[in-house]
Design a protein around this ligand. Structure first.
Ligand SMILES: NC(=O)c1ccc[n+]([C@@H]2O[C@H](COP(=O)([O-])OP(=O)(O)OC[C@H]3O[C@@H](n4cnc5c(N)ncnc54)[C@H](O)[C@@H]3O)[C@@H](O)[C@H]2O)c1
Length: 254
C-alpha cells in the first residue's frame, strides 16, 4: 500500500483506539498527511506518536463528532493546515448497552444515535462542503455487518449502522457528479477494545461464540479493515461509490 495516498490530506475520526488507530497508521504508511481526531486525547496522542515513529506525518485534534461546532472547526483546521481535505474516514462510534430492545433506555438510544448517526452526518456535511469547493475527494464511513443484518441485544446499534449505510448511499448519489466518492466498510468482529467490551457481557455471546459465526472462524485484525479503507480512498477504487463493503471473513454470506 506504500504511496497509494502520497501527499494526500486525510482525516480520521475515532483514531485513539482500535480500527481508527490502525487506519491512521495505514494512511501514514500510504504516504498521507493524517489528521487524527478523537474525544480521547491520550489515545489520539499515542496514535500520532506511532505514526511519527514510522516516519509518517500526523497530528491530533481533539474533537467530539456529535458537536457541530467542533466538527466544523476540525475540518477548518485541516484545510487551514494542509490546504485541502482529500480523504475522510468517519469511523468514531460506540456500541452502547448490550441489551434487548424491550429493556433498552432512551438515554442509550440517544447516545448511540448521536455518535454513530448524527456524528457521521455532521462529519460528512462539512467534509462534502470542502470537497465540493476543491472539486473532489473520497469519504469512507464505518458501518458494520450490523448495518446489513440484525443482531440480538444490539438492536439500537444495529439501527444506527443501518442508518450509516443509508447516509452513505444518499451522499454517494448526491456527490457522484462532483468527483466525491462515498463508501462504507462493514466489518465483522474485529479485535479491538469495543469488541472486547461487547464479548465480555455476562449471559451474552462471548468471543468464541462470535468467532464461531464467522466462516473464517476468527476476528479481523484492525489492520485488515484499515487497508481496505486506504484502498477505497485511493484512485484504485475510482469507479466505486455508494458501496457498503463487508470486511467480515464471510459472515454476511452465510
Ligand atoms: N470492533 C468491531 O468488531 C467493529 C465491527 C464493526 C464495526 N465497528 C465500528 O468500527 C468503529 C471503530 O470501532 P472500534 O472497534 O475501533 O472501537 P473502539 O472503542 O476501540 O474505538 C472507538 C474510538 O472512537 C472514539 N469516539 C467515541 N465517541 C466519539 C465521539 N463522540 N467523537 C470522537 N471520537 C469518539 C473513542 O474515543 C475511541 O477512540 C465504530 O464505528 C464501530 O461501531 C467495530
Amino acid at each position: 500500500m506504500a504511496n497509494l495516498l502520497e501527499g494526500k490530506s486525510a482525516l480520521i475520526t475515532g483514531c485513539g483506539s482500535g480500527i481508527g488507530r490502525a487506519a491512521a497508521l495505514a494512511f501514514g504508511r500510504a504516504g498521507a498527511i493524517v489528521t487524527c481526531a478523537d474525544v480521547d486525547q491520550k489515545g489520539g496522542d499515542a496514535t500520532v506518536a506511532l505514526i511519527r515513529e514510522a516516519h509518517g506525518k500526523a497530528e491530533f485534534v481533539r474533537a467530539d463528532v456529535t458537536d457541530p461546532n467542533q466538527v466544523q472547526a476540525l475540518i477548518a483546521h485541516v484545510v487551514t493546515g494542509h490546504g485541502r481535505l482529500d480523504c475522510a474516514f468517519n469511523n468514531a462510534g460506540i456500541e452502547g448497552d448490550v441489551i434487548e430492545l424491550h429493556d433498552a433506555s432512551e438515554r442509550n438510544f440517544d447516545r448511540v444515535m448521536g455518535v454513530n448517526v448524527k456524528g457521521v452526518w455532521l462529519c460528512m456535511k462539512y467534509e462534502i462542503r470542502q470537497m465540493r469547493k476543491q472539486g473532489g475527494g473520497a469519504i469512507v464511513n464505518t458501518a458494520s455487518v450490523a448495518g446489513l443484518s440484525g443482531f440480538p441485544s444490539l438492536g439500537i446499534y444495529v439501527a444506527s449502522k443501518h442508518a450509516v449505510v443509508g447516509l452513505t448511499k444518499s451522499a454517494a448519489v448526491e456527490c457522484a457528479q462532483v468527483g466525491i466518492r462515498v463508501n462504507a466498510v462493514c466489518p465483522g468482529p474485529v479485535d479491538t477494545p469495543m469488541m472486547e467490551r461487547i464479548a465480555s457481557n455476562e449471559g451474552q455471546p462471548g468471543r468464541k461464540d462470535f468467532e464461531a459465526i464467522v466462516p473464517m472462524r476468527r476476528y479481523a485484525a484492525p489492520r485488515e479493515i484499515a487497508e481496505t479503507v486506504v484502498w477505497l480512498c485511493s484512485d484504485q477504487a475510482s469507479y466505486i461509490t455508494g458501496v457498503s463493503l463487508p470486511v467480515d471473513g464471510g459472515l454476511v454470506a452465510t
